[in-house]
Design a protein around this ligand. Structure first.
Ligand code: SF4
Length: 385
């Protein structure tokens, strides 16, 4: 095989028919099971708003696991185990979390095949279902598929209708993507072995754009093609450029949201900013759900440095202070902490304030490459930091 970019589709007719975008990812998964212990995916259990984590050790059942399921933001990186050879299908933030876990020796890079999905953002299920009912008069159970394309959030119903709204308008009205997805600026997961998606493919054809980033990715795809699990062709040059253009538009949108959501905090005087952070954290009940949900932090319940003193009178307990410091150079912006918090504290927003400021000052962005050493470990902070 030549090059690093392909259009692909499943070799088997039933995977082509039932799989998303021609089933190339399903075909790849069926193939890699001959050299990996397991495949970890999410699998729809009801509507597109309900899914479970599923581990496969044989190709049986592959046909049931297709689809990006943007309305189910389960964080799959939690499910990797040291010593298991695993292929795993991930959104960019999940893949970045795996990279951070590899740096901390919780996972070995050579044991995992990272199959990334291009991602324009995920949807909060409860609000999205409410939106479907109130704005379109449609039951969530009648949705067969959702996607973000050409600046619109599009729902495809089981009876063939296409319901579409501008993502900008939706988000101005308080609907649309999860907050952390709006300002996430990693849309094509280049830290993976292979990135997959339908950006840069002809709308009328049912195929997947595959971009290979590593030797392991090239070997996996080559084995899948040789075994008849996946067929590939060279992508059309024009549409390959369209894929990059879509990525550029999505990143530009994300930068706009960063400015809008994080900018006002950044513009505050230090004391004012600290007061705002204290006020945001004031409702905390110390349940530690945010710590458990975090795909990067591996501190367990017995981690003493994170136990807030019940008599703690500090406006920010040591728990949050330590988390801000350690996530400043490792937060991948997945938003799981915000989703888990019973007090609805915008934790991802707060952590990204620190992480984005740190990234701006040092140029270090967590989760992009196993070879990137954080500045704190390198000890070469830019002058004046
Ligand atoms: Fe506090 Fe929310 Fe974290 Fe619980 S999940 S410890 S309430 S910030």
């Amino acid at each position: 095989m030549m090059g690093t970019e392909y259009w692909g589709w499943a070799g088997e007719a039933h995977l082509r028919e039932h799989g998303e975008s021609g089933g190339a990812v399903s075909g790849l998964l069926a193939s890699v099971l001959s050299s990996y212990d397991e495949v970890i995916v999410i699998r729809k259990t009801g509507t597109v708003f309900e899914a479970e984590v599923h581990t496969l050790d044989s190709p049986q059942g592959i046909a049931r696991v297709q689809g990006a399921l943007h309305a189910v933001s389960i964080e799959l990186s939690h499910y990797l185990q040291l010593g298991r050879k695993t292929a795993i299908v991930l959104k960019p933030c999940e893949a970045r979390a795996v990279i951070e876990n590899i740096k901390r020796n919780h996972v070995r890079r050579e044991d995992v095949l990272l199959i990334g999905l291009n991602c324009g953002g995920t949807l909060p299920p409860v609000k999205t279902k409410e939106y479907l009912r109130t704005q379109f008069g449609v039951s969530p159970g009648d949705i067969a598929k959702e996607e973000i394309a050409k600046g619109n959030l599009i729902f495809f119903t089981t009876d063939g209708q296409e319901l579409s709204r501008s993502i900008d308008e939706l988000e101005e009205a308080g609907y649309g993507r999860r907050e952390s997805c709006r300002y996430c600026d990693v849309k094509i997961p280049s830290m993976c072995d292979i990135a997959c998606g339908n950006w840069g493919t002809p709308a009328e054809k049912h195929i997947t754009f595959l971009e290979v980033f590593t030797d392991a990715g090239a070997a996996a795809l080559e084995a899948a093609v040789d075994g008849g699990y996946v067929s590939v062709s060279e992508p059309g040059e024009k549409l390959a450029a369209v894929r990059k253009k879509i990525e550029g538009i999505m990143v530009k949108m994300a930068k706009g949201w960063q400015e809008k959501m994080l900018g006002p905090f950044m513009a505050m005087e230090p004391k004012e900013r600290l007061d705002a952070i204290h006020a945001a954290l004031a409702p905390c009940i110390g349940c530690y759900a945010c710590r458990k949900a975090c795909p990067v932090c591996k501190c367990g319940d017995d981690c003493k440095c994170f136990q807030a003193d019940p008599d703690d009178q500090l406006p920010i307990s040591m728990f949050h202070a330590v988390r801000f410091l350690h996530l400043m150079e490792s937060c991948v912006g997945c938003g799981q902490c915000s989703d888990a918090c019973p007090m609805e504290i915008p934790l991802a927003h707060l952590h990204q304030l620190f992480a984005k400021a740190y990234e701006g000052r040092t140029g270090y962005k967590p989760g992009m490459s196993c070879g990137d050493i954080p500045p704190l470990s390198r000890g070469d902070f830019p002058e004046g930091y």
